[in-house]
Design a protein around this ligand. Structure first.
Ligand code: AHM
Ligand code: MG
Length: 334
């Protein structure tokens, strides 16, 4: 029988390679994976459990909150709140950061998450996901403050996502490549299925909400037209693919090659997506898989948030495509 390399075994084996590793990080990652398994179960049975639909509330982003958003958010909060190595958490669904009970003074990690990315797809059975980012805080001995979260994305120690699709996957990086695991529901474990993920060369997919074109700057329009023209051999096999769940679009492009854009436009100069919960973690993963992520000009991992809910334009995927977008944006805006 082939060796069953579960996520827990894998993390433990890797831990042995780090001198002085305490096991705290292993425990933290295992708790996030546990949350992903529980959310996956809820998502799979959503139509039966009366957890579809809206709560009637709006979140800090002014977006409708769905019942499953709340379930995933509460679950992550309660699991992380009990871990003494976690000093504070910040969630896309919460206005303020939360100082944890167990780790208030002693915790060395800060965790950011988007509990359910792709909320608008929940009720229509389309892939959604959970995105997370882990940092080490520089202050110690006192409760963390929002300023502790305001650091470049290159300082993340780990980032990952769970994807609730045709199967449930858990993909993460600690800055040493990217590995993907698939949930085997019969044993309830994530099993290594995609070791050392690398974004393949070539740009099979272009992912953008093209209905926003009326607000796009000229550079974005010219880039998209260039890809569609069929004149550039680099884009001859490119198709348009847009799920509307960022993490699903990025995951597909990671497997097939492709570029996702949610650019700055005339209405939203900072785009739509959130730096701490979406752009930083996905940029870390995509860079570790050999790709690139920018806001059109700057590397995403160099950008520092100035608020917990700072938004940022995001161009992410194959390095050549991201660089080309940057050249169009420099000439014509974007
Ligand atoms: P969410 O985190 O509240 O679900 O919002 C972010 C989502 C992304 O997953 C997706 O890429 C984007 O919003 C889609 O936006 P639009 O509907 O404007 O195309
Ligand atoms: Mg999101």
């Amino acid at each position: 029988m082939a060796e069953l390399m579960t996520l827990s075994r894998y993390i433990l084996q890797r831990k042995r390679n780090f001198e002085g590793a305490t096991g705290e990080f292993t425990l933290l990652l295992s708790h996030i994976a546990l949350a992903a398994k529980v959310v996956s179960r809820q998502v799979a049975k959503a139509g039966l459990l009366d957890v579809l639909g809206k709560t009637g509330e709006e979140n800090i982003q002014g977006e409708e909150v769905k019942k499953l958003d709340v379930i995933a958010n509460d679950l992550l909060k309660s699991l992380l709140n009990d871990l003494p190595m976690v000093a504070a958490i910040a969630s896309e669904e919460e206005e303020d950061m939360i100082v944890t009970e167990a780790g208030r003074e002693v915790g060395k990690y800060l965790v950011c998450f988007d509990p359910l990315d792709g909320s608008s797809n929940i009720d229509v059975d389309i892939t959604i996901g959970t995105i997370f980012s882990i940092r080490k805080r520089k202050t110690a001995g006192k409760a963390a403050t929002p300023q502790d979260f305001f650091a470049p994305g290159s300082e993340q120690v780990a980032a990952g996502y769970a994807l609730y699709g045709s199967s449930t996957m858990f993909v993460y990086t600690t800055g040493d490549g990217v590995d993907g695991f698939t949930l085997d529901p019969s044993v309830g474990e994530f099993v290594l299925s995609h070791p050392d993920m690398r974004i393949p060369p070539g740009c099979k997919c272009l992912s953008a909400n093209t209905n926003n074109r009326r607000n796009w700057f000229d550079g974005t329009c010219s880039f998209v037209d260039h890809v569609a023209s069929g004149q550039d051999p680099a884009f001859q096999g490119t198709s348009a693919r847009y799920v509307g769940t960022l993490v699903a679009d990025v995951h597909r492009n990671l497997l097939t090659g492709g570029v996702f854009l949610y650019p700055a436009d005339k209405k939203s100069k900072n785009g739509k997506l959130r730096l701490l919960y979406e752009a930083h973690p996905l940029a870390f993963i995509v860079e570790q898989a050999g790709g690139a992520a920018t806001d059109g000009k700057r590397r995403i991992l160099d950008i520092v948030a100035d608020g917990l809910h700072t938004r940022v334009p995001l161009i992410i995927g194959n390095r050549e495509a991201v660089d080309l977008y940057g050249r169009f944006a420099a000439l014509e805006g974007g």
